[in-house]
Design a protein around this ligand. Sequence first.
Ligand SMILES: Nc1ncnc2c1ncn2[C@@H]1O[C@H](COP(=O)(O)OP(=O)(O)OP(=O)(O)O)[C@@H](O)[C@H]1O
Length: 273
Amino acid sequence: MTTILHETTADAVRLADLRRVYGTGPQAVTALDGVTVDFPAGTFTAVMGPSGSGKSTLLHCAAGLDRPTGGTVTIAGTDLGPLGERALTVLRRQRIGFVFQSFNLVAALTAEQNVGLPLKLAGRRPARADLVRALDEVGLADRAGHRPGELSGGQQQRVAIARALVTRPAVLFADEPTGALDTRASRDVLALLRGIVDRHGQTVIMVTHDPVAAAYADRVLFLADGRLVDEMTAPAPALTGARPGPGAGGPATGSRLGPEAIAARMAHLEAGA
Ligand SMILES: Nc1ncnc2c1ncn2[C@@H]1O[C@H](COP(=O)(O)OP(=O)(O)OP(=O)(O)O)[C@@H](O)[C@H]1O
């Protein structure tokens, strides 16, 4: 029993007193001002906050894309601080997935080749069956031979998600993953992210401006001026363990956060900013 509890509560990511100051002297900007938070494995967290509150900086520091000025980032038990550039690159490739607003697919490569890229970079020869399975997971097995220019925005983002997950990372970071998508494609991408958390126990951390997107998460963190100032957590799922699926207008109510309540918190925060 104790073992199970440990497994289910293990943190995929821990941030302790995280600080990031850009520049020096009078020009210095404090983007993160002592953020401490844990992200348990198998959970979906949204990060919100007014423009300039430090969301992207937090995501980039947590994903090892940027070095913090102070504090620690721990991914699946490994402290990133002491790692040199090479070791950090290896850890990023093996343990971290990242999805961007602008998809960042390689235009000249097919969907299948894009998904295989992280494995190639890691010196592995991707098995075709694995790549097709990864595309099947995101509902695009029939588009394996298509290039990004032949796919819709939503389909491109789903290829990017398949690519980010192909190494089975400890955590998937997503920076405004629906920012460039229409409502319907956004909903597909968010349902996909929700599904990989529920079905595969993937950990997802997503920055978003959109309360509807944030409502797909288990928890919403609110940043202001580089500090964590508020948090909302979805009520525990029913004892059956069943999670309600997304409804027509977004995630179902029940054990989900409501977009209206999230929007109200954001409005409160922006009014105080
Ligand atoms: N490279 C940089 N050099 C100097 N200042 C920076 C740099 N990157 C970010 N900042 C500053 O750090 C603060 C936090 O920026 P960050 O991009 O993390 O905020 P954000 O919450 O993601 O904003 P947005 O919602 O507008 O994308 C801002 O004041 C920003 O101007």
